[in-house]
Structure formats: C-alpha cells, structure tokens
Design a protein around this ligand. Structure first.
Ligand code: HT7
Ligand code: ZN
Length: 843
C-alpha cells in the first residue's frame, strides 16, 4: 500500500470553474453525466489525472471531441489543452451493491451519498481533493417523491429536480438523497432578517421523532450568530436521517446526512444521553458550515483544522445550553477512555498526522478530541477576548479558502503578537505528556514546581517541551480560595512558579478544568486530595479529587487486597449528600474510573493487569459505595424522581441521573423491587432502560429483557439498545457467549453498522468480558471483522482499535490477541483500511 506524506503536498494544476452533474437514478445502473470547466494554472501538466474508483466509463469528451483516457483502478489520465476546456463524461455506477456506504449507495430503498473523505471519486471522475473548490449545479432524475442535493432548489417536478449551490465547495461536501421521505419543516430568520427553510427528512413512520432535532438545529443557528457572529448562508437547510451510515453525521453543504441514531428522538424511545448526543451532533454538523465548509482544509492532513475547531465549538455550545462543569467532566472521561489509549499505544499520531495510507483511519479521537483540547489551550493562553478577535480575523481572512494549521495559528499570532512556534508542537508531537508537580513553602513564599515529560514514540522519537497552560488556584487550609484561578504558562521541561505574601501554607488546586490533556503525577501531600474533594471551588478539580481517591483505592484493592478507602467513601458521601450541588454533578461523583484506565495505571506501576481482578475490585467498590451511602440512597432516589412531563433538559436529566445512580446502588443491597417497579411504570426510555440495566446487573432482568423485546421489536434504534445491553451487562465469563448468541438472532443485521456496533462494539467495551481468560471474545471479534471487511472496510477498520492496547496484558492473552490479529491479517484481499490499522497495532 502507498503511504502519502504531508511534505509531498502539491496543488492541483487546474482550477475548476463550474461543475454540472446529471444523475439518472437506477438501483444497479445509475448514470452520472458530468460537465466540468477546467482552467489550467500556469505550468499545468499536459496530462490531467482525475480520481475515480469502481466507475464504468461510458464516454468522455473534451470541448465536444471524444477522448479515450487511460483508465486505472484509481482514476484516469487524459491529455488536455493548455487553455480552458470543458470536460464531459458519463459513467455508470451500482448503488445497490455499494455496501461500503461511501459514494452513492442505497439504504432501505433510499439513495444516499457519503463523500468525505474520498467518496466522490466513486460517483464520477474528479479531482477529489479538498483544495479544489467549485460551484455545483445538479440535476436528478428518478421516480422518487424527494430528490435533494446541496444548495438552493432551482426547479422540481415529478421525477426531476435541479439544484444550485452558489458557494464554492470541495467534492467531499457534495450530497444527493432520493427516496420516499417525509419532511418535518420549520423556518429560521437569521440575524440579518433572511428567512431559511428548515427540513428534517425521515422515513414515513419516523415523523414523531423529529421535533427535538429541529429544536436543536434552531438553537445551534442562534448560538453561532450570538457567540461567533456566524449566519447561515443559503435559503434552505436540509437534514436527512438514514439507517445505514458509518459514522454519526455528515456536514454536506445545505444537506446534512445523519445516522438516524444521531437525529431521531422521542421520550419513549430515546434516553437523556441520546438527546444530549443528538443535540451535540446537530450543533457540530451545523457549525461545520463555517468551520469546514466556508473555510475548508487544504489537504486531509489538516483535518483537525475543521474537526478540532468544530468539536471545540460544539462543546462550548453544550456547556452554554447545559452545565459547563458536567460537560467538561464528561469530555475528560471520554478523552481518557478513547484518546489517551490511542496516544499511548501503537496507533499514536500527532493531531496533524504527517503520513497515512487510508485517510478514513485518521478520523480519530486524537484529531477530533485532542484537536479540540489544543484549541481550548490556545484560548486559555490568549484569553477569551483575544480568541474572539482571532476567530473574527480567521473568518474574514480565509472565507472561501482551503487552509492549513499554519493559517490558523497565524491569525492568533497576528491578533495577539505572540510567537506560537513552540505551541505548534501540540500539532506535530504525538503522545500524552506526563506532568509532575511538587511544592515547597519557605516563610511566606510558596513554590509550585512542574516537570513535563513526553515519552518518545515512533512518530515522535525526540520529543521537545510543549507550552502547557496550567490553571491553578490556591486554597487556605480552612477551605476558602486565597489565590483565585490563574494560568501558569509552562514552556520549559522543568519550571517553578512562586507565590508571595501568603500567611499560611496553601493547598494547591492545579490543572483546574483539566486545562491541558496530560497525565498529572502529583508529589503533593496525599491528604490534599481528600481536602480538595471536600473544598475545591473548581468543580472539575473537586470531581477529579474524588476520582483520584477512587483510583488509588481500587489499585490498592487490586494489588494488596486492601479494603475500600474510607476517606474516599466519606468524601463522596459528603458531596453526593450536598443538596446545594447540581444532581448531575453529584451523580458523576459516583462513577468509578474506567477499567482500562486502571489497566494503564497498573502497567505504569510495573504490575501485570488481571481483568477479572479489576472487575472484582470495581464490583466491591460499588458495594462499598452502596453500604456507605445506604443512609441516604432511598431518599436520594425518591427526592429526585421527576413528576412533570418528560423533558430532555439539563435539570430533569440531572435529577434522573442521580435517582438512577441511587437506584443502581440501593438495588445492590435491597434487591430488584424498586427497579422492577420503575421498569413497569416508566413512560420514557431513560427510566425504562436504567431500570433494565440495574436488573441485568444483579442478574434479575430475564423477564424484563423479554418484555422489552416484545414492546420494541418494531423499533430499530431501540432494538440496538436491546442488543447492546445484554452484552454490556453480561458476566465476564458469559460475555462472548452472549454476543455469539445475539449474532444468531434473526434481527442481527450485521451489514447495518449500528447493529454491528451494538453487539461487537459492546463486546469490546466490556473490559473484563472482552479480555476473559479463555480468549473467546478475541476469536469472535476476529471472525466478525473478517466477515465484515469485504462488505464495509471503514466500519471494520474502526473496530480494530479495540485491540490497540493488547501489549498491556499478560503473555497468554497477548498470544491469543496476536493470533487473532494474524488471522485477520492473513485474510486474502483484506481492505487497505483494515490492513493499515492491524499492521500498526501488531507492530
Ligand atoms: N466530517 C464528517 C467526518 C466523516 C464521516 C461522516 C460519516 C460517514 C463517514 C465519514 N467519514 C468522515 C463528520 C463530522 O466530523 O462531522
Ligand atoms: Zn466534524
């Protein structure tokens, strides 16, 4: 396979002035005619290469004269004039047999496209690269009531529609949808008074699941105007829900396409978590209209330019719509669960990678989530006001362009006068820095000393110190803040910060808000942690203190057979019982560190992790929490019941999350009665599913599982939950067998990515079950990856990351995982996607 390098970037030799496409839709023989106006740039080659894959070329001409290009599996090459010319071609494609869900494909009788990153080349011959931007006109012919493409409608009639998108765009933002769909419609008036028609297109029967998505869209449009000064720029904004989709959603210009799981919601069928995710994804895709579409990426190495920034923007949105501390805590939980393992293992790569074989493999937690963290750090360093000015300049300077990280950093340099040369290392160095902190106190002078250390890796063999903004506050021993939060800007490998004029030795609260994505190693007094859990005025660090105590206690339970730490249990008793705090926050206090997180800590301590021992310790800790909080759990459960009609807002969902956390714990002691009653009386999915989870966890849910299936067998999104729950809540020794049994279920439609992930993704997420000593889970996952790869390489490759931490385990497990990896790698004709992932993981 060919490796592509950032350093080899060269611009395309031709401008594309205009693109006209005509689609004659047919399930297996769709015809696509293209008329493309090319203008050679100075020094353009005499042969033009156009990308194209899985296309049957019917005809091609230049300025009306037939041509016979040289066609290969990757595209075609054709001699071209050295003056502007019109390229015309006709190709035939086969949407029905396109199971990879990239290019033009069919899902439940509906035509749909997915062109990012390189899907447009499966639709027609084209310079399929993000730095080639053009205006598109699209005509669609087909016997479908709804025929959609990007931009504004020019005309529609029975069996025909014409679309014009006035904004120049790269081909990856092209979209077409055709089918028997119904619209949930609304409208929005922009800040400057323009009317925008909004439609959410769904399959008949799903109309009742659109209202929330529409509300979220309108809230996103308002927020982007108010916070970033960004208005929408077409007369129309369409969203389409599709069942077969590789990721969450896609920001095609004026025609967002969504995985139905990322947009359809109703109280009866969706949990509070689903609503939250939907709101965030709708916002994310909408925000791409400016950060991604109006300003796009020069090449795919710059992916974080649009993704990191848009994730950062959507997390600001969620913080503003809901609770900022809760959003930050859940983001950090997610970062540690997904990005840290990636950054600390064989798949590590910089936020801006420098090489790849298959770009689809680089839509990663590092590019997205660490990419967003880097923007958060930048904002922390320059301040909110300067950030706003830099963003204004970015939009003004680069509107309509395909840009790089250099362009992005330059607007910050130009508006703040800062040199961001060292900061740029966050984009080029892979790995999670370790930040060690210690302190000293000499007659009224307090010193905090930090050391940063970025482990060397294959991609970053000679790591250099990075700029680390460490938000820090100091507390008096009595608990009040004596020095409020300030940014300590660390630039050296080792650096100290001095605080004068203090009357007594303070307690430091460092890395507030998790201001930098590092692993913090504290050499501060151990008793500080319990103090911070009780007193920290920074909600993130207060939660973090609880988590550190939980982690330390679990590690001792695992390695020394110790009892759960009473200081931790007392600490969370106080916080969870504090009625002045947000219920959602108190519920988060009861969460335990992830089991794979504990694996990493054990490895760092030189221990060989035993997944079953980790599982047992976590169970024991949950029981200890239940016993310590026993005096308040029934009251917490009762007091946080929501009696008003269901609303997926922060207030209600916070109360439900605390009540359900209490239910989970109290059921460990009192048994299944409360959960059974809740399951039976629930009028919304949050309550029903929580109750089912609690019952399954105490092995009491067999009847409810059956009842759930009977109630929901007609609803594909709810049935994904039914499949997933059984695997997630299986005992470790039964996880593989449960997953295997579910693959025999008549509704296990493995070609549907949501259903495949519901079973196989849950298997990989069940730490002790996935790593159960008999190795059955590894074998099962390998079997299914081998089966899925020829059908859908993208989803197969993404799921390979379940195996990325394999070197952390004992020899016996490593041998079993290696055998699974080798078996997949030995499969004839394995896709480029999966081959690249597994080769990197295998090492
Ligand atoms: N920009 C999109 C990324 C994407 C994608 C989406 C759906 C299917 C395949 C895809 N490949 C890449 C989604 C986003 O980040 O908003
Ligand atoms: Zn995105």
């Amino acid at each position: 396979p060919t490796t592509i390098y950032l350093k080899d970037y060269t611009p395309f030799g031709f401008d594309v002035e205009k693109v006209e496409l005509t689609f004659d839709l047919h399930p297996t023989k769709t015809r696509v005619k293209s008329r493309i106006s090319f203008v050679p740039k100075p020094g353009a080659p005499s042969d033009m290469f156009l990308d194209g894959e899985n296309l049957t070329l019917v005809s091609a001409s230049i300025d009306g004269t037939p041509v016979h290009p040289e066609v290969s599996a990757e595209g075609l090459t054709c001699p071209v004039p050295d003056a502007p010319f019109l390229w015309e071609a006709e190709v035939e494609i086969d949407p029905e047999n396109n199971t990879a869900l990239e290019g033009l494909y069919m899902s439940n009788g509906m035509y749909c496209t997915q062109c990012e990153a390189q899907g447009f080349r499966k639709i027609t011959y084209y310079p399929d690269r993000p730095d080639v931007m053009s205006v598109f006109n699209v005509e669609i012919n087909g016997p479908h009531p709804v025929l959609l493409s990007n931009g504004n409608v020019i005309s529609t009639s029975q069996g025909h529609a014409a679309w014009h998108d006035p904004w120049p765009k790269p081909a990856y933002l092209f979209a077409l949808v055709a089918g028997d769909l119904v619209a949930h419609s609304d409208s929005f008036v922009t800040a400057s008074g323009r009317n925008v028609d909004l439609n959410l297109y769904v399959r008949p029967g799903d109309e009742g699941k659109c209202a929330f998505g529409m509300r979220a869209l309108k809230a996103s449009m308002t927020w982007d105007e108010e916070v970033y000064g960004r208005e929408y720029d077409l007369d129309l904004f369409n969203i389409v829900a599709v069942d077969d989709f590789n990721m969450g959603a896609m920001e095609n210009k004026g025609l967002n396409v969504f995985n139905s799981s990322a947009v359809l919601a109703s109280p009866e069928t969706s949990t509070d978590e689903n609503f939250l995710r939907i709101e965030a994804i709708i916002a994310h895709e909408y925000f791409h209209n400016w950060t991604g579409n109006r300003i796009t990426c020069r090449d795919w190495f710059q992916l974080c330019l649009k993704e990191g920034l848009t994730v950062y923007r959507d997390s600001q949105f969620t913080s503003d719509m809901r609770s900022a501390p809760v959003k930050r805590i859940t983001d950090v939980i997610d970062l540690r669960a997904r990005q840290f393992p990636e950054d600390q293992g064989p798949l590590a790569h910089p936020v801006r990678p420098e090489s790849f074989q298959e770009i689809n493999n680089f839509y990663t937690a590092t590019v997205y989530e660490k990419g967003a963290e880097v923007i958060g750090m930048l904002r922390c360093l320059v301040g909110a006001e300067a950030y706003g000015k830099a963003l204004d300049l970015y939009f003004e300077r680069h509107d309509g362009q395909a840009c790089t990280i250099e362009d992005w950093l330059k607007v910050f340099e130009d508006t703040t006068g800062r040199d961001l040369g060292q900061f740029k290392r966050w984009y080029s160095q892979a790995g999670t820095p370790r930040l060690t902190v210690k302190d000293a106190w000499y007659n009224g002078t307090y010193i905090l000393s930090f050391t940063q250390n970025l482990p060397a890796s294959e991609t970053t063999p000679d790591p250099q110190p990075q700029v680390i903004p460490i938000v820090t506050g100091l507390l008096r021993p009595s608990g009040e803040e004596v020095v409020p939060s300030q940014v300590l800007e660390m630039t050296q490998a080792t650096q100290s910060f001095t605080f004068e004029g203090l009357k007594e030795r303070p307690v430091p609260s460092v890395l507030r808000g998790f201001s930098t994505p590092v692993v913090l190693e504290s050499e501060l007094a151990a008793e500080h942690t319990a103090f911070l859990l009780a007193h920290d005025t920074d909600p993130f660090n207060r939660w973090e203190a609880g988590r550190s105590l939980a982690r330390a206690s679990l590690l001792k339970m695992i390695t020394d057979d110790a009892a759960p730490d009473p200081a931790y249990l007392d600490g969370i008793h106080a916080v969870v019982g504090d009625a002045t705090l947000d219920p959602a926050y108190r519920a988060l206090m009861l969460n335990l560190p992830g089991q794979s997180d504990l694996v990493k800590s054990l490895c760092d301590m030189g221990e060989t992790p035993d997944p079953q021992a980790i599982w047992d310790a976590c169970r024991a800790m949950s029981h200890a929490q239940a016993e310590r909080l026993q005096d308040m759990l029934p009251a917490l459960f009762d007091a946080h019941q929501v009696t008003e009609p269901y609303e997926p807002n922060a207030d209600q969902s916070g109360r439900r999350s605390l009540a359900n956390a209490a239910l989970r714990l109290v059921s460990l002691i009192d048994g299944p009665d409360r959960a059974r009653a809740q399951f039976t009386s629930a009028d919304n999915m949050t309550q029903q599913l929580s109750a089912l989870g609690v019952l399954l966890r105490i092995n009491e849910g067999a009847d409810e599982l059956e009842a759930f299936e009977q109630q929901w067998k007609h609803d594909r999104l709810v049935m994904d939950k039914w499949f997933g729950m059984q695997v997630i809540h299986a005992d470790p020794n039964e996880t593989a067998a449960t997953a295997a049994r579910l693959t025999e279920h008549p509704d296990f439609n493995w070609k549907n990515p949501n259903r495949f992930r519901a079973v196989m993704g849950s298997l990989a997420a069940h730490h002790a079950g996935f790593h159960f000593a008999d190795g059955q889970s590894y074998g099962l996952l390998a079997d299914w990856l081998i089966r899925l790869d020829p059908v859908n390489p993208q989803t197969t490759a993404r799921m390979c990351s379940a195996l990325q931490t394999w070197r952390r385990y004992d020899d016996a497990r490593q041998q079993k995982i290696a055998a699974a990896l080798d078996r997949i790698l030995a499969t004839p004709d394995l896709s480029r996607d999966t081959t690249e992932m597994l080769t990197r993981i295998r090492g």
